[in-house]
Design a binder for this molecule. Structure first.
Ligand SMILES: [Zn+2]
Length: 584
């Protein structure tokens, strides 16, 4: 993506980061930085910082960070070019035409249009003669016409090229059909076939109202070989981790909370029965991206997964993911039916409302799950039950909560509240000891502590990487230092990422452009956040001596790593020992 660097510099200058972030986060000044509650993860103390000088934001809690453009991408869920466009609009600037962007955007627009066309086609097929069985199936599953229309549900005919033919007729090219993910390519002769055949089709619609993919369900459970659900593959417009089914409708709900379920049918049934705040994850377990998306529209989620073991396991995994995104979690335990779809159709909305009101917070849910594991009439099992519940209760922040839940457990196990209190405080001490031990382990291996938090960025040579970080952070603070790096070449950096960033900074400095995190290009969000973190940790004035020392460390480590034999290494060590100021 190539916007002219000078344009981006002006864009950044005319959108001061404190102003832009300030529209979303309540910021308070502290020294040269501003702090506020992080909009990207749930927290009670402010660890989200903005540095107007450096033009960056960085969260010390969740390690997100970057320039004003990255902030817009993250908070509004925009692509890079769209974030640039929105900032340009904010500052009343004209965006220079860009071939690459134009063509990519045009490509996206064509795919959106193609998907809309496909959704229309599938929907019409439901009422065509070939769709009779599918329509009957939908009706048997209790979906009235109004719901079929509202969700745009359709039918993919039992035919090899029904959709391919229909889309070709509308003028879509071979390449566009391939890019859509709605066709498969024959390995024998390269011809195109419909991916979805003889399935009930659920369009997946993003929050902006574009059809971006489909889920297709087989019409009966007879065929054991066919997957029950088939989803669109990832495409230019479809990322199943970053979208939720029915969020386009649920985001308009006035309920004040959201219901998260496992399947499309469950979400649809809930909407049908008046629970217009239901969404489903897209054929996979809930992801952090999905939780973050949800947290943009609500702060409270009721989790309703299937009552079977798989559903319970999924619930256990989803709770921390949702809580990490700052969401309050309640869990509704399905009973008398295997899922919400079945329950609603058997018992109706009123009885479901009662279940919903009874849905418990996650502590109650977890206590219930522990209780199910033990038979309290057996003494040894009762002891294990008490130990395990104490482990859970001692993690609660408030003493009132500990007392309430402790009391409840004591009553169930028929012991005194005092005895339970003792058990909880023992569990608490055990936990402290465990944490202390873990902390000692971390303290003893500082190298591990310094590894980047993101798993996709690893430092192979910690000594060199620390020097590389310091060179970058100081040069970001004082670009004039880049004039003193003549002997330092990007390939000497042990971290490929840091070397790449150094290279870009050097080039910009030589072209007379501003050297800042905002000026860096071709980095992933994680990489940008990592560099913002490095920049943000740099405080106070620059230290030229330290800067030079770090350059030497990088050079030495580079030479040591490129020394091929033991002899080379010895010769190098001797040479270094003779050179001035070497302390090793
Ligand atoms: Zn954060």
């Amino acid at each position: 993506m190539a916007f002219p660097p000078a344009f981006l510099d002006e864009l950044t200058a005319r959108n001061p980061i404190a102003d832009v972030v300030g529209q979303y986060v309540n910021l308070k000044r502290s020294g040269s930085n501003l702090f506020g509650l992080c909009p990207f993860h749930g927290e009670k103390t402010a660890s989200f910082s903005v540095s107007p000088d450096k033009g960056i934001y960085y969260c010390f809690g969740c390690h997100k960070g970057g320039s004003v453009i990255n902030f817009m991408m993250e908070i509004e869920g925009l692509s890079y070019p769209d974030a640039v466009r929105s900032l340009a609009k904010r500052a009343g600037m004209e965006v220079p035409e860009d071939e690459q962007y134009q063509s990519r955007y045009r490509q996206q627009e064509r795919l959106w249009a193609l998907h809309k066309e496909a959704a229309r086609f599938y929907h019409s097929q439901l009422y065509a003669p070939g769709g009779a069985e599918a329509l009957r199936y939908a009706q048997e599953r209790g979906m009235p016409k109004a719901i079929l229309t509202k969700f745009g549900i359709g039918y993919a005919p039992d035919h090899w090229t029904a959709l391919v033919d229909a889309l070709r007729k509308k003028g879509y090219t071979e390449q566009e059909l391939r890019d859509s993910g709605l066709v498969t390519v024959s390995r024998k002769n390269g011809s195109l076939f419909d991916r979805f055949r003889d399935r009930l089709m659920f369009p997946i619609i993003d929050v902006r109202g574009n059809v971006i993919g489909f889920g297709g369900r087989i019409l009966s459970n007879q065929d054991k070989n066919a997957a029950k659900y088939l989803n669109s593959p990832e495409t230019l417009i479809f990322n199943k981790r970053k979208n939720l089914f029915a969020l386009n409708l649920a985001k308009k709900s006035k309920q004040g909370y959201m219901i998260l379920v496992e399947g499309y049918m469950d979400a649809i049934a809930l909407h049908q029965f008046g629970f217009d705040c239901a969404v489903a994850s897209l054929g996979t377990a809930l992801t952090e991206d999905g939780a973050a998306l949800l947290s943009r529209y609500t702060d409270q989620v009721v989790l309703i997964y299937d009552g079977d073991t798989a559903g319970q396991n999924a619930t256990r995994r989803a709770i921390p993911i949702l809580e990490k995104a700052g969401l309050q979690v309640k869990v509704l335990q399905m009973r008398d039916a295997k899922d919400p779809d079945e329950f609603l159709k058997k018992y109706g909305a009123d009885r479901f409302k009662i279940l919903l009101e009874e849905s418990s917070n996650r502590v109650e849910y977890q206590l219930g799950a522990i209780l199910k594991k033990y038979d309290l009439r057996e003494d040894d099992q009762k002891v294990k039950y008490l130990q395990e519940t104490a482990e859970l209760i001692c993690t609660l922040g408030s003493s009132v909560q500990r007392e309430v839940y402790g009391g409840r457990v004591a009553e169930l196990a028929k012991i005194s509240p005092e005895a339970m209190k003792l058990e909880v405080s023992r569990a608490y001490k055990r936990r402290l000891a465990r944490e202390k031990k873990q902390q000692e382990k971390i303290d003893l291996s500082p190298a591990r502590n310094l590894q980047p938090k993101s798993r996709s960025i690893r430092y192979d040579n910690m000594k060199s990487a620390m020097a590389e970080e310091l060179v970058l952070s100081q040069a970001l603070r004082e670009p004039a230092l880049l004039d003193q790096t003549r002997d330092l070449r990007p390939e000497m950096f042990s971290s490929q990422l840091l070397g790449r960033v150094f290279d870009q900074m050097l080039k910009r400095h030589r072209q007379g452009l501003e050297v800042s995190v905002g000026g860096l290009t071709d980095l992933t969000a994680e990489e940008t956040a990592h560099i913002a973190g490095i920049a943000q940790r740099q405080e106070g004035p620059v230290n030229e001596q330290a800067f030079q020392d770090c350059i030497r460390t990088i050079q030495e480590e580079y030479q040591a790593s490129s020394a091929k034999t033991e002899d080379d290494l010895m010769a190098l060590r001797n040479k270094l020992k003779q050179s001035k100021g070497y302390q090793g």
